[in-house]
Design a protein around this ligand. Structure first.
Ligand SMILES: [Zn+2]
Length: 397
């Protein structure tokens, strides 16, 4: 049997590499992969192909969201909901949330902290085809110090031997990435976002275990000391990075450490506030950190830190279709629209370690792409209006 080939034609291609868009382009997709790309005038006969006419449309890679909590619901107090409702319901929320990411143009993401390994079940069942959604990398339980950020859903561990074991446990359970808590956070009561938590040596042993297994590591890190501890421990990406000083930025540039700023997370907490039922401690902390957060992002961008798009979906009012929001905020705070798109596509793939197969619309890569009506380079809000989504060559919206 010959493989099914589809010929897409007439669109403007923004391929995710940051290069100049290709106008009046064509692309041949065979099965799940991109076989050929070029200018329509140079294309061969389309005999035998299914032809899809995309004249006047814009094609770009599906977005990659580097920071999601797929089983968390973005209600006013997600932790409380998670701790009180049945696990069956939580799991079903995850199934519903997968679709929201996919239909809003995210074709791959990374989960940054699940509960009771539900993230790993969901990841496997997306791959098996039982549920529809973006493929994703799962982290299992976050590793945190006793009483540290996220302890309610995480694996508490103290001392380098125990964090080593905690990392091994996540890898044994099937984690693709190890998530470590370097500092306090906004959503755990009584925990200061700026305060360091796991020590450098505690993170170092967990990082070493992940790297031995060929996996990447990421850290929730908001305060400066904790951020530097994590970078020195060899972490691959700093999540949030609220209080970055120049030294931390320099360390990230030198080591190629990624920043996943998640600007939308405090944005939606402050926007909705106590009136919407968000716990006061979370609103207060978010209000305090927002201006530092934006300032850190801007200085990191200027210094050339590698930045990937991540939303932290699942935190209060931070919806599972919110990828475009993060890109919009990054653009409003200093990225060009092209830089925003690259952060949400190629950089995401590199940060996740999946860039061999994903992240750009290029020959040989998987056919994960989205179709837009309007030019996102002219108006980044075009990302909010995704006309169709293709996942592994299949139209899913
Ligand atoms: Zn998070």
């Amino acid at each position: 049997m010959t493989k099914k080939q589809t010929f897409y034609k007439g669109f403007t291609l923004i391929d995710g590499t940051g290069g100049k868009p290709l106008q009046n382009a064509f692309m041949v997709v065979e099965d799940k992969r991109i076989k050929r790309i070029g200018r329509l005038v140079d294309a061969e006969s389309t005999n035998g192909y299914e032809v899809v006419d995309l004249h006047g449309k814009y094609v770009m890679p599906g977005m990659i969201n580097a920071h999601v909590h797929i089983i968390m619901e973005p209600v006013a107090d997600p932790n409380k909901l998670l701790m009180t409702e049945s696990k069956y319901k939580t799991l079903l929320r995850g199934v519903a949330n997968l679709k929201k990411h996919l239909h809003s143009g995210t074709t791959y993401f990374r989960d940054m902290g699940g509960y009771d390994y539900m993230d790993i079940v969901l990841r496997d069942e997306v791959m098996s085809g039982l549920v529809e959604g973006p493929e994703f990398l799962a982290s299992g339980k976050v590793i945190t110090m006793t009483g540290g950020h996220g302890w309610m859903m995480g694996r508490e561990a103290d001392g380098p031997e125990e964090t080593r074991k905690a990392a091994r446990e996540q890898l044994k359970a099937g984690a693709d990435v190890v998530k470590i808590m370097a500092t306090g956070g906004v959503m755990t009561p009584g925990v200061e976002p700026g305060s360091p938590q796991l020590e450098e040596d505690e993170m170092k042993s967990a990082v070493a275990e992940a790297h031995k297994a060929g996996k990447k590591t990421a850290t929730h890190a908001q305060g400066t000391t904790g951020i530097k501890n994590a970078i020195r421990a060899g972490i691959d990406s700093i999540e949030h990075g609220i209080f970055l000083d120049d030294e931390a930025i320099q360390m990230m540039v030198e080591r190629g450490t990624y920043l996943v700023p998640t600007l939308v997370a405090p944005y939606f907490i402050v926007k909705n506030g106590i009136a919407a039922g968000i716990p006061k401690f979370a609103v207060d902390k978010s209000e305090h950190v927002m201006k530092y957060h934006v300032d850190s992002f801007q200085r990191a961008l200027k210094a050339g830190v590698k930045i990937a798009m991540g939303t932290d979906s699942g935190t209060p009012f931070n919806q599972h279709d919110g990828g475009p929001w993060e890109v919009k905020l990054m653009v409003e705070n200093g990225m060009t629209p092209m830089e925003g798109i690259v952060a949400a596509t190629r950089n995401g793939a590199e940060c996740l370690g999946i860039d061999k197969d994903y992240g750009t619309v290029e020959r040989g890569k998987f056919a994960d792409f989205i179709v837009l009506e309007e030019d996102p380079l002219e108006n980044i809000d075009a990302l909010f209006d995704v006309k169709s989504v293709y996942k592994l060559g299949k139209k899913v919206k």
